[in-house]
Design a protein around this ligand. Structure first.
Ligand SMILES: [Zn+2]
Length: 475
């Protein structure tokens, strides 16, 4: 595909006239920074002409294995073809070379809990003056900001129609790979019920391809889950407890009965899908676990029994530590914006949330990274890793694995994503510096050197040389 790899049909030996003084520009030229623009309705096609070798980075493969210094990773088209120490990888003769010395190469990150639809941040007045289709169009910049931050896969935890995923897959605008929950199932008066105390339901005129998610009883649940799956959901999202931003409930409350949740689990499983539970209260967490959900979102009030149930059932915790912090920061930045109950609840849960997460990590509960972005700004997702280390006692490597391999396993994408190995998609993130020394470098936009999704460069500060640099294994 022309114009995308900076190394096409060019005789570098006769290109000195375009060289910049003092740079080895006869050997290199910039990789275009542009987002892969419209790439045709199939979204397919290799963005580089041939193989690409990333040479010299510290490589963290996402599996939890020790990093490999002075590594080489080769990809061609959408997939990785080779990876390992420079001495062990043969660089194809015709490969474009990306010099990555001093940088760290990781799998593209995976966020298991985002909300792409709508402008980020709670703003009741704004929601009243936003037409439904405008709300959906906000997914365009949200998806782009997320991808440019190195998040190459997300699970959208409700509110976003499947059309957003389809649009990204078709190349209409840039964004991460998506799995979508479409709707947010809630009991009447529960966390996902948008009926306000003034007796207006904010969802009455919501997007038609996001079914309203308020249900009570097993029969309604069965019908609604089938309706949401019909709307293209990959996951079913239920609220089994109250929450921070909802008006009429408490995080400590339980919502839905075990029977109601179990019907959702059954109907999802019948179509090879699984359920995720917004679950903050201890009872709500245990009800969700007893009914067979696959991931606990937030998990603010975990006790020993809940932790044991998660271990026994292999259920993942998606902590979203950054979410209550984002609520508080927004409240402080814009006084008067958030209702008092939301600020109060966010302040109230934050310590319990961190303590629960720490206990879960110590007990060995499986953790997959998620942020609830939409509550906070899109593209700031990797701040969560810093919090996982700071408040959860995770090592930087554990936080990275939770954001790569473990997240891919939760999403059942691990055959293709989550680790850097031959055959996997070339979903890549490269940063200046070493996230094992300070994981917060992953959240610093200035340090993001390269992002690729399926071998397509999303963002790059690197230069490409056509000719392989000498290596022991090149032949
Ligand atoms: Zn959420």
């Amino acid at each position: 595909m022309p114009g995308t790899n900076g190394s096409h049909d060019h005789d570098h030996d006769h290109d000195h006239s375009h060289a910049h003084d003092g740079q080895h520009a006869h050997e290199t030229q910039p990789v275009p920074l542009a987002l892969q623009p419209y790439r045709g309705l199939t979204g397919s096609g290799a963005p580089f002409d041939g193989p690409v070798a990333i040479v010299g980075a510290r490589l963290i493969d996402g599996s939890g294995a020790d990093p490999v210094d002075d590594a080489v990773l080769v990809f061609e088209g959408e997939r990785i073809t080779a990876t390992g120490h420079r001495d062990t990888v043969a660089i194809p003769r015709d490969a474009a070379i990306l010099d990555a010395a001093g940088k760290t190469l990781l799998p593209g990150l995976i966020d298991c809990h985002v909300h792409f639809r709508g402008a980020w941040g709670y703003d009741l007045l704004r929601s009243l003056v936003t037409p439904p289709s405008l709300g959906t169009l906000y997914a365009v910049p949200n998806a782009r900001a997320t991808l440019e931050a190195g998040i190459t896969t997300v699970r959208d935890a409700g509110g976003t129609p499947a059309a957003v995923k389809q649009a990204i897959d078709r190349g209409l605008f840039p964004g991460p790979r998506m799995l979508v929950a479409v709707s947010l199932l809630s009991q009447t008066g529960g966390h996902g019920d948008s009926f306000m105390p003034c007796c207006i339901d904010l969802r009455d005129n919501g997007p038609v391809d996001v079914p309203k998610g308020v249900v009570d009883g097993t029969d309604e649940m069965r019908h609604k889950v089938r309706e949401i799956l019909r709307a293209g959901a990959d996951w079913i999202k239920l609220c089994t407890s109250g929450g921070v931003l909802s008006a009429a409930d408490a995080p400590e409350s339980a919502q839905f009965t075990v029977e109601e949740i179990a019907v959702a689990v059954y109907e999802a499983a019948a179509q090879d899908k699984r359920c995720m539970a917004h679950a903050q209260s201890t009872r709500g967490i245990k009800n969700a676990l007893a009914a067979g959900i696959a991931s606990i979102e937030h998990g603010i009030y975990l006790d020993d029994e809940a932790i044991q149930m998660m271990l026994d059932r292999g259920v993942y915790l998606v902590p979203t530590l950054v979410a209550p912090q984002d609520v508080i920061e927004l409240a402080e930045a814009r006084p008067g914006l958030l209702p008092a109950y939301a600020i109060e609840k966010a302040r109230h849960v934050i310590d319990a949330h961190r303590a629960s997460f720490r206990r879960a990590v110590q007990a060995g509960v499986k953790v997959a990274m998620g942020t609830d972005s939409g509550v906070g700004p899109h593209g700031g997702n990797a701040r969560e890793l810093g919090l996982m280390v700071e408040h959860g006692g995770m090592t930087p490597m554990q936080a990275i694995v939770a954001t790569t391999r473990s997240a891919a396993e939760l999403l059942r994408l691990d055959a293709d994503l989550g680790t850097l190995a031959p055959g996997k998609y070339a979903d890549l993130l490269m940063v200046d510096g070493d996230p094992l020394a300070d994981v917060r470098v992953l959240a610093d936009p200035a340090r993001i050197a390269f992002v690729a999704k399926g071998g397509a460069a999303v963002r790059s500060t690197l230069t490409a040389a056509k000719r392989p640099v000498p290596t022991a294994a090149a032949h």
